[in-house]
Design a protein around this ligand. Structure first.
Ligand code: FES
Length: 152
């Protein structure tokens, strides 16, 4: 589906801003929003381009640069930190061969840190796309990454 079709599915209202941005980003195989996307959305919902840009940079789910097909977000807030998130991070760095902010050469994964995901009861936690993976151990990290690699 092209960008105009995606945007055209929504009413011309600022209330639709985040939904449109989400759909546009999801439709991009490189998982990010272009400056052109932002301009198209601003015109559609009747907001200044700067307001759309502010929204995109405020929410960590959006990106203005190309990313992998799967986004891994490891929680770096205190509860997860104390529960061993850094062991999970070390395992992720080794398995993926990239540091935080990096994308694997095959374009499959981007590794990011995030603040509290609101599921501290199962700390340490990471999200892979929309999936919450809690009680992380290096073994569980390996199994999760293997599962996503297998799925492609
Ligand atoms: S501190 Fe990690 S989910 Fe809350």
């Amino acid at each position: 589906m092209d960008k105009e079709t995606i945007i055209g599915q929504y009413p011309r209202s600022p209330d639709c801003l985040l939904s449109i941005l989400h759909d546009l980003q999801e439709a991009n195989p490189e998982n990010y929003l272009t400056e052109d996307d932002l301009a198209l959305v601003a015109a559609h919902v009747g907001l200044p381009l700067s307001a759309v840009h502010d929204a995109v940079t405020f929410y960590s789910m959006f990106s203005l640069r190309p990313r992998g097909r799967h986004i891994i977000r490891l929680c770096a807030s205190p509860n997860c930190h104390l529960a061993g998130a850094w062991s999970a991070l070390a395992e992720l760095r080794t398995l993926l061969g990239v540091d935080v902010g990096g994308t694997t050469p095959d374009g499959l994964f981007t590794l990011e840190l995030t603040s509290c995901l609101g599921v501290c009861g199962v700390a340490p936690v990471m999200m892979v796309d929309d999936e919450v993976v809690g009680n992380l151990t290096p073994d569980k990290v390996r199994q999760t990454i293997a599962r996503y690699r297998e799925a492609g």
